[in-house]
Design a protein around this ligand. Structure first.
Ligand code: ATP
Length: 593
C-alpha cells in the first residue's frame, strides 16, 4: 500500500480517516486472524478426500467413513461460524469507522462548498462509503486470504516436495499477473473514476436548472457536454477492461493447465509409488487453493484501486480543509459591529471583491447598504456572517474578531437572509427553527414578525407542510418570507438581510418594514442590503459601496445629503436622483422615516 494508503498517513498531519483506521484496526486484525483459521479449516476437504480414498475405500470400513463424515461436518460448521463472526465483526467495525469519519467528512464538504459552490464535493461522502464498504465487505476478506497462500504451499510440500514447487510456481505466476493487472489498469481506472465524477456532477447541476433547459431548448447542448465526460469515462473503463481481459485469459490458462499438470505429476508420483492416489486428489485441491485467493484478489483489484483513490481523495480534502481548532465560548454578543480595513477575496479568485472596507456601528443600529451591482454588497454580507473569511483586516463583533467565535455558537446570534434563499427539505416549522429543537412559540412569533404566519396557516398542513427539496413547493415570495422568518427566529442580536424584499409584493414589503421597525425597537443590529429604497427611511446609517470600497458612510441624512446634496434629501424622488446622479444602476429614494 502506498504512503497515502489506509494504513499509513505518512508524515502529514493525521486526519479523522487515520483515527478511524486506528480505532478499527483491532477489528481488522481479528478478522485477519479469523481468516487464518478459516483457511486452515479450508484444508479439511482435501484431508477428508485423502482419507476416504486411502483409508475407507481400501479397508471398506464404513465406521471410519461415518466418523470422518461427522468430523468434517463439525469442522465445516466451525469454519462457517468463524466466517459469520468475521462478517459481523467487520460490519460493526465499518459502523465505527463511519462514526469516526463522517462528521469530519461532512464538515469538510461544507467548507469546500463554501469555497467553491457546487455539488462535486459531496463525492467525498460517497468516497467514505466506498472505503467502508471495502473494509467491511468482500474486498478486505478477499485480501485477508492472500497471506495464507503459504499455508497451502506448506500443506502441498508436506504431501510431496514437487507439489510444493508446483504450488510456489503457480502462486508466483498468479501474483505476477495480479501485479501486471494493477500496473496496466490502475491509472486508466483512476481516469475513468475522475471522468465519471465530472459527468455526474455536470448532470446534477444541469438538472437543477431543468426549467431553463426546457424553456430555452438547451437540453441537447448540455447533453452533449455531459456525453463528452460520460464517453470519456466509458472509454477509460473499456481500455481498463481490455487490458485486464488479456491478463484474465492468462490467468485462466494458468489455472486450467496447472490443474492438469498437478494431476499429471500426481499420476507420475503414484506410479512411482511415492504418493497414494488419495494424496494425488488432495494435492490437486490444495494447489488449486493456492491460486484461488490470488485470483479472487485479481478480480477484486478494481475495488482495491477504487478504495485507494477514494481514500486519497478524502484524505486530501480533510487535509486541505482541516477542522478549525476549538474556540473558547465568548459572552453572548450585544451586536456592536466593527469592520476594520477588510479585504475579502472570492474563494476561487485572487482578485479582492472588498478592498479595505472600514466602518463601525453600535448595537441596535439599522444600517442600509447600497451601491451598484457588483459593488460587493453581498460579499460584505457573507463576510459579516463569517461565510467568506477576511484575507486581511477583520470583522469584529462586540470587539472580538469573528474568527474567535465558534461558528455553531455564533450562528445562534446571527440571522442571515441570503440573496438566493435556500430552504431545506423538511417542514416549514423545521426550516424556521433552523432544524434545531422546535420552540413552537418562537417559530410562530418569528413567522408573525416576518408577516408570514397567516400565509402558513392557509397551507393544508400549516407549519407541518413539507416544502420539498429546496422549498420547491413554495413560490419565490413565500420562500423569501419563510427565509426571513428563519433569520428572525430567536430574535438574534445581529441580522444581515441581503435584498430581503427582492421577491416581495406590497403586503410582503409592508411586513418587512414592520419587522425592521420592531427589530429596531428591540435593539437589534440590522444590516439591510437593498436596491429598493423605501426601506432606507428606517435606517440609522447608510454605507455606500462602490467597486469593493466605501464610497460613503455615516448617519442616513448626512450620507444622503453628501451623495445627493442637502436640498433633495427626504424629498420625493430623491432616490431617483441618487440613482442617476451618484450611483448609476441603483434606484434610491428616501422613504418616510
Ligand atoms: N461566488 C462567486 N464567484 C466568483 N465571483 C463572485 C462570486 N460572488 C461574487 N463574485 C464577484 O464579486 C463581485 C461582487 O459581487 P457581489 O455579489 O458582492 O455584488 P453585489 O454588490 O451584491 O451585487 P448585486 O447588487 O448585483 O447583488 C462581483 O464582481 C462578482 O462577480
Amino acid at each position: 500500500m502506498s504512503q497515502a494508503g489506509p494504513t499509513g498517513g505518512g508524515k502529514k498531519a493525521p486526519t479523522a480517516l487515520n483515527a478511524a483506521i486506528r480505532t478499527t484496526r483491532p477489528a481488522f486484525v481479528t478478522a485477519i486472524v479469523f481468516s487464518f483459521f478459516i483457511n486452515l479449516l479450508g484444508l479439511t476437504g482435501s484431508l477428508y478426500m485423502m482419507q476416504v480414498y486411502d483409508r475407507v475405500l481400501s479397508s471398506r470400513n464404513l465406521t471410519t467413513l461415518v466418523v470422518l463424515t461427522i468430523l468434517i461436518a463439525i469442522l465445516y460448521l466451525v469454519s462457517a461460524s468463524l466466517e459469520s463472526l468475521r462478517t459481523r465483526l467487520l460490519v460493526r467495525a465499518g459502523v465505527r469507522f463511519d462514526e469516526e469519519v463522517n462528521a469530519d467528512a461532512f464538515n469538510a464538504v461544507q467548507r469546500a462548498s463554501l469555497r467553491q459552490p457546487g455539488p462535486g464535493h459531496v463525492q467525498a461522502l460517497r468516497d467514505v462509503d466506498s472505503i467502508r464498504e471495502f473494509f467491511t465487505g468482500q474486498g478486505l476478506i478477499t485480501f485477508c486470504d492472500v497471506p495464507w497462500v503459504p499455508i497451502y504451499i506448506i500443506a502441498a510440500t508436506l504431501l510431496h516436495p514437487w507439489y510444493g514447487v508446483l504450488a510456489i510456481f503457480t502462486a508466483l505466476i498468479s501474483a505476477a499477473l495480479a501485479f501486471a493487472n494493477d500496473r496496466a489498469t490502475r491509472p486508466v481506472l483512476d481516469q475513468a473514476t475522475k471522468a465519471n465524477i465530472t459527468a455526474q456532477n455536470q448532470a446534477l447541476t444541469t438538472f437543477r436548472n431543468a426549467e431553463v433547459l426546457q424553456a430555452m431548448g438547451m437540453v441537447g447542448r448540455l447533453r452533449e457536454k455531459w456525453v463528452k465526460h460520460h464517453y470519456d469515462a466509458l472509454g477509460h473503463q473499456a481500455q481498463a477492461s481490455d487490458r485486464a481481459g488479456g491478463l484474465m485469459a492468462g490467468i485462466k490458462f494458468n489455472r486450467a493447465f496447472m490443474q492438469s499438470l498437478i494431476l499429471g505429476v500426481g499420476a507420475y508420483l503414484a506410479i512411482k509409488r511415492e504418493i497414494s492416489p488419495g494424496m494425488m486428489i488432495a494435492a490437486s485441491i490444495i494447489v488449486g487453493r493456492c491460486v484461488q485467493p490470488i485470483e479472487m484478489a485479481i478480480s477484486n483489484w478494481k475495488s482495491l484501486v477504487n478504495m485507494r483513490s477514494a481514500y486519497e481523495r478524502v484524505q486530501a480534502l480533510l487535509r486541505a480543509l482541516p477542522a478549525p481548532g476549538a474556540r473558547m465560548r465568548l459572552p453572548d454578543p450585544r451586536g456592536d459591529i466593527a469592520v476594520e480595513n477588510l479585504i475579502v477575496r472570492v474563494p476561487t479568485r485572487d482578485m479582492p471583491v472588498l478592498k479595505g472596507v472600514s466602518f463601525a456601528i453600535p448595537a441596535g443600529t439599522v444600517l442600509g447598504v447600497i451601491g451598484p451591482s457588483a459593488a460587493g454588497k453581498s460579499s460584505l454580507a457573507r463576510a459579516l456572517v463569517g461565510v467568506w473569511p477576511a484575507a486581511a483586516g477583520c470583522v469584529r463583533l462586540d470587539g472580538s474578531d469573528l474568527t474567535h467565535w465558534d461558528p455553531e455558537q455564533l450562528g445562534r446570534f446571527l440571522g442571515y437572509l441570503p440573496q438566493d434563499v435556500e430552504l431545506f427539505s423538511g417542514t416549514i416549522a423545521e426550516n424556521i427553527a433552523r432544524f434545531g429543537d422546535l420552540d413552537e412559540a418562537g417559530i410562530v412569533s418569528a413567522a408573525q414578525l416576518a408577516g408570514v404566519h397567516e400565509m402558513i396557516q392557509r397551507l393544508p398542513e400549516g407549519y407541518n407542510t413539507q416544502i420539498g427539496e429546496g422549498g420547491q413547493a413554495l413560490s419565490g415570495g413565500q420562500r423569501q418570507r419563510i427565509g426571513l422568518a428563519r433569520a428572525l427566529y430567536g430574535l438574534p442580536p445581529i441580522l444581515v438581510l441581503d435584498e430581503p424584499n427582492a421577491s416581495l409584493d406590497a403586503a410582503g414589503e409592508q411586513a418587512l418594514m414592520a419587522a425592521i421597525r420592531q427589530l429596531k425597537t428591540a435593539g437589534r443590529t440590522v444590516i439591510l442590503i437593498s436596491h429598493k429604497t423605501n426601506s432606507l427611511g428606517l435606517c440609522d446609517a447608510i454605507l455606500v459601496l462602490a467597486d469593493g470600497g466605501v464610497q460613503a458612510f455615516g448617519p442616513r441624512d448626512e450620507v444622503l445629503a453628501k451623495v445627493l446634496g442637502p436640498r433633495i434629501v427626504g424629498a420625493p424622488g430623491a432616490g431617483q436622483a441618487l440613482g442617476s446622479a451618484a450611483q448609476p444602476g441603483i434606484a434610491v429614494a428616501a422613504a418616510p422615516g
